[in-house]
Design a protein around this ligand. Structure first.
Ligand SMILES: [Zn+2]
Length: 158
């Protein structure tokens, strides 16, 4: 176990090779094994400004739960679907609902914004946060990259 994060609706356990969401509401779990060795996955990570696909994966899951808390949703629509069999590989793939598509877009757009400063072409980030976008992104960065948090010690000349 590398780190556990507690969100309003779920707990997220980051392990070396996988990431597990456990929802408080019913104890259901979504386990993600990021396909970090796959070229298509590496391409997505690169496009969002990551050099490390594993970091992309970990921050992606964190961002899903952060967004659900930020929006006051009952849970991340996307990870709730995953935890309830929507992506069961033994069954035919079910198309994503619009809200899952929208959530994935927002999560990836936030990640890209944090890494590159660029907003999404559809204007979703601006529509959601407007002038508050840098502040919202700053809260997310402080959560997912705790080493970037300002602390009183870091203000003292070392
Ligand atoms: Zn996702």
């Amino acid at each position: 176990m590398i780190r556990t994060l507690e969100f309003r609706t779920a707990s997220l356990a980051i392990h070396e090779h996988d990431i597990i969401t456990t929802f408080r509401e019913d104890g259901s779990q979504s386990r993600m094994w990021p396909p970090i060795g796959e070229a298509w996955y590496q391409a997505i990570a690169r496009n969002l400004g990551y050099t490390d696909p594993l970091q992309y994966a970990r921050e992606h899951e964190i961002t899903h739960h952060w967004l659900a808390d930020e929006m006051g949703w009952p849970h991340s629509w996307s990870l709730w679907s995953a935890a309830h069999g929507a992506w069961d590989s033994s069954k035919p793939a079910r198309p994503w609902s619009q809200r899952v598509k929208d959530e994935e877009h927002t999560v990836n757009s936030l990640q890209r914004y944090i890494n590159t400063g660029e907003v999404d072409a559809y204007g979703c980030l601006q529509a959601q946060w407007g002038d508050e976008l840098p502040e919202a992104a700053g809260r997310l960065v402080a959560l997912m990259r705790p080493w970037c948090r300002l602390s009183p010690c870091s203000m003292v000349g070392a």
